[in-house]
Design a protein around this ligand. Sequence first.
Ligand code: IVH
Length: 669
Amino acid sequence: MIPEEVKKKIDRLTDEINYHNYRYYMLDNPVISDFEFDKLVKELQSLEKKYPRFVREDSPSRRVGGAVSEKFGQVKHGAPMLSLENGYSREEVIEFDKKIKRFLGLKEGEKIEYECELKFDGLAIELVYKNGIFTQGSTRGDGITGEDVTANLKTINTIPLKLQKPVPYIEIRGEVLMTKKSFRELNAERLKEGLALFANPRNAASGSIRQLDPSITARRNLIMYAYGVGKLTDAGDVKTQHELMEMLKSLGINVNKEIKTVKDIEGAVKFFEDEEKNRESLPVEIDGVVIKVNDLKLQERLGEISKSPRWAIAYKFFPKQEVTSIEDIEVSVGRTGILTPVAHLKPARIGGVIVKRATLHNQDEIDKKGVNIGDSVLVERSGDVIPEVVKVMSKGPHKNPFRLPSKCPCCGSEVVIDGAFHRCMNELSCPCQIKGELVHFASKRAMDIEGLGEKIVERLVDLGLIKNIADIYYLKKGDLRDLEGFGEKSEENLFKSIEKSKNISYDRFIYALGIRHVGEFVASLLARYFGDIEGIERADIGDLTSKFGIGEEIAKSIFNFFKLNSNAEVIKRLFRAGVSPYKTQAKAGGAALGGESFIFTGSLENFTRDEAETIVKEKGGTVEKTVKKSLGYVVAGKDPGSKYEKAKKMGLKIIDEDEFKKIINYKSS
Ligand code: IVH
């Protein structure tokens, strides 16, 4: 192709992809399949690689996250970015309406039309478009000068790189937000990695925009809603705030659909009341509604007083933060053995709900905040998460932070530090973990003990008839007869299936033990490489990781499991009762994936993440942590995250769990 033609082709592809992005993200109404879209992206990418001089400013490839900067440049806003006067009651809002009428010389009975919008609780930004192309984005800063965060804003899909019309110059104002869902996921990930948690989605959004590596912003799943403009060359025949929003929409700018024009202030109060009810069901945090005089001419006449426009008010909800004190800290042990510290609070009303408890997450979080019993603390209930202790306001009698116990509060056995968590490793006997463990042990793909389901397990444990998995094999005839719904026949059937389960393959037996991170695949690897339980018991972490390349996390979990005497004791009792697993035939493993690279996103049904990664490595493939062009496969499970979006944009090969199973030749036993 001659360069002239290449340029044309790049132009056409850029426009086409931008159009489909607009349909996908703004209109929620795509007109081509993901596959077709991916093909276009791939084509553009390969042309851009060969002819970098033709890459357009609004190319979709510019979203991915550019270079890391040392510090942000400064941007002077074309017009000051104002803030809003706040009101917290109906009276204050009615007074706002009266003041406006007085200022405009209107009579009390006359009505003013208002435009009502949601008040988004995120980070205010300004976007500059020149000839329809996004050229600069900045934070609000002090209202006069902000920080240049263009590269970061370019990674947000709801910010178009090119407008639908090439308006000569326009400054668009809006709010960058993190959805409550992304916020929960981000914090869960950070908790695991021992990183400081964000107190709310607003801080998370702000932290994501105000950091120097755009590739981090790109992973944070942010969205932007516009609510106004700064300087602009031509507003056309726009006469109202409502028409302004419609105009922005027609340019391809994201405007939230919860906007309403009302004929008077009573209508605005009603909008507030409706949105207050609706608040919890929204995907993003709002902290109130904004009531704006609809007529732009009136807005101009009203002007501003000390940095806030006279024509608008933020009618805010009750705050979701409150100061209260910690009366006690209880440590609970979950089904997976994790010790979670929970603060018992002096009951406080937060955002309309009485809050009595707040999670303290783990020791790291307690240490970072320095909390202990008796402290006065700021508690926040936001982003649909369990209430959080944000910070200590004043210390109580304990100088040092609370310490999690070294013994499990449920069974008294030694607690192990497992990454960011304290964990009770007494998986087979800890009463807090045992019910889930028993159900797993008896399940179809494990020991397959028919008739030993969740309900029966619950009753047997509650009656003290079984305390661990080995006890199943020591039940005596007659033990079950008194159980509700159990007759001679059903007891006999259960004993039969218990008896039958004694003859089982080592794969399934190891899987049945319910060792953390050991699913069916790793269990079969262990059975194959070590032959029997004694072999595994003798292995140290080095043996486990070097023998067949299982991840450090899985190896530690296996090692800690067998190190604990109580677990070893339960296994001995199983053998003594006659459980005798037979060895599994060694299957050919090998480098079936010969150097192929994989990345995982979302949750898989049949494998834990660690397990899936181990399978890939064991078969000679590699696992990547970041999405890049050289990736062979992107395995997308349920609720895939930003990696999926990024991979889709980059046109990489995306497969689902079933295809993954085929590739690794996984056969369920
Ligand atoms: S209008 C001239 N509309 O609230 C007034 N602001 O407390 C400019 N905000 O800095 C703001 N949602 O970041 C407006 N629908 C909305 C808004 C909104 C959220 C933020 C904005 C502003 C802050 C003022």
